[in-house]
Design a protein around this ligand. Structure first.
Ligand code: UT7
Length: 336
């Protein structure tokens, strides 16, 4: 933690990083193990392939999150000693103690930083970014590293075609610091949750975790369960609503937004929001075809890909929007 709080300035995005494992799982690979087809998957999700960790090589949520932060450190040149706090959003940490954030701190040699994990499923990266922005604005911390990453393939039941076709592994990271301009950083944000929908998307570790509605179903402990249809209906409604509410509270129109960065849940969900908002394709980033749905990794990865491609410029307004298990949702309107 820094000394005396300075407070009430803004937040500057210093830079970003990301990591995707080398392993590729294509629709053709899934056709060999599941009763599914490339055509069905592409039509229903927009996905052609996903990236997956190789656990036999020691790859995991920890390794990709550490790689993403290391990449951000390399890209920004930030001294790890200057990082005050590391927040890692994930729902696939193999150990609950220590946190993935502590492992990432060890990897980059950030011995001064506080570190914790944050659980908000696919909304996690935006939750973490909003939390970091608020802590910086309060003046409690000067420089914060945010990571979002999930190795979803480690919690996939590859006998369950309704879930396993969707998810892949990735991590993204962003480094933020205090800025004197309060109009910089997250100028409007929404975070919400409705716990009544938790049974639609859950990751049971023990028998006691299985809800009543699934008591008679064959459940694989340690594997993600999802009622895709219910999540889809929720997502289409919520996504649209959260984007419109953010814009309206900020008093701006969608035309002012340089890039809309949506959680890469399913191309149909992203397209539905895009069409209703009347925004053209080149301002709504999509990489789900190449990487699948990487939960908390997805928005950080999109942000970094756009950033590395020079498509995010100083002064731009970007809007991040996500939803996920919990159920949770979040948005962040950023002035870069
Ligand atoms: O990021 C976290 C939040 N999660 C999400 O955003 C996921 C939201 N949900 C979805 O993306 C979609 O619900 C899925 C992609 C998971 C499923 O697509 P869907 O269009 O909702 O399919 P469905 O579950 O309504 O199933 C339609 C049909 C069913 O057959 P019948 O009953 O119509 O004969 C399924 O059995 O498709 C069948 N089906 C499949 N067929 C081939 C389900 N999964 C598959 C499959 N391959 N993989």
């Amino acid at each position: 933690m820094t000394g005396a709080p300075m407070g009430l300035g803004g937040t500057r995005l210093i830079g970003t990083g990301s990591a995707t494992p080398d392993g590729i799982l294509t629709n053709a690979d899934l056709e060999k193990i599941l009763d599914t087809s490339d055509e069905w998957i592409q039509q229903r999700t927009g996905i052609k392939q996903r990236r997956v960790v190789d656990q036999t090589k020691g790859e995991s949520t920890v390794s990709i999150c550490c790689d993403a932060l290391e990449d951000a450190i390399k890209n920004t040149g930030v001294d790890p000693d200057d990082i005050d706090l590391i927040i890692c959003a994930t729902c696939t940490q193999q150990m609950s103690c220590p946190s993935v954030a502590c492992r990432a701190a060890e990897r980059i040699g950030a011995t001064r930083a506080a570190a914790f994990d944050l659980a908000a499923a696919c909304s996690g990266f935006v939750y973490a970014l909003n939390t970091a922005d608020s802590l910086i604005r309060l003046g409690r911390y000067k420089t914060i590293a945010v990571i979002g990453g999930d190795a979803m393939s480690t919690v996939m039941d590859y006998n369950d075609r309704s879930v396993s076709i969707l998810f892949g592994d990735a991590a993204g990271a962003a480094i933020l610091t205090q800025d004197e301009n309060p109009e910089r950083g997250s100028i409007k944000q929404i975070m919400g949750a409705d716990g009544r929908g938790w049974e639609c998307l859950y990751l049971p570790r023990k028998a006691i975790d299985v809800p009543e509605c699934d008591k008679d179903n064959p459940i694989e402990l340690g594997m993600l369960r999802m009622n895709g249809r219910e999540v889809f209906k929720f997502a289409v409604k919520k996504f649209q609503h959260v984007i419109e509410q953010t814009l309206s509270e900020a008093g701006i129109g969608i035309d002012d937004v340089a890039q809309l960065i949506c959680h890469q849940s399913n191309l149909r969900i992203i397209e539905s929001a895009r069409e209703k908002l009347g925004i053209e394709k080149d301002r709504v980033y999509v990489n789900i075809d190449r990487v699948g749905n990487s939960s908390a990794g997805s928005i950080g990865l999109c942000l970094d890909e756009l950033n590395q491609a020079g498509r995010i410029k100083e002064g731009d307004l970007i809007l991040l929007a996500a939803f996920g298990g919990g159920m949770t949702w979040a948005s962040s309107l950023w002035r870069v």
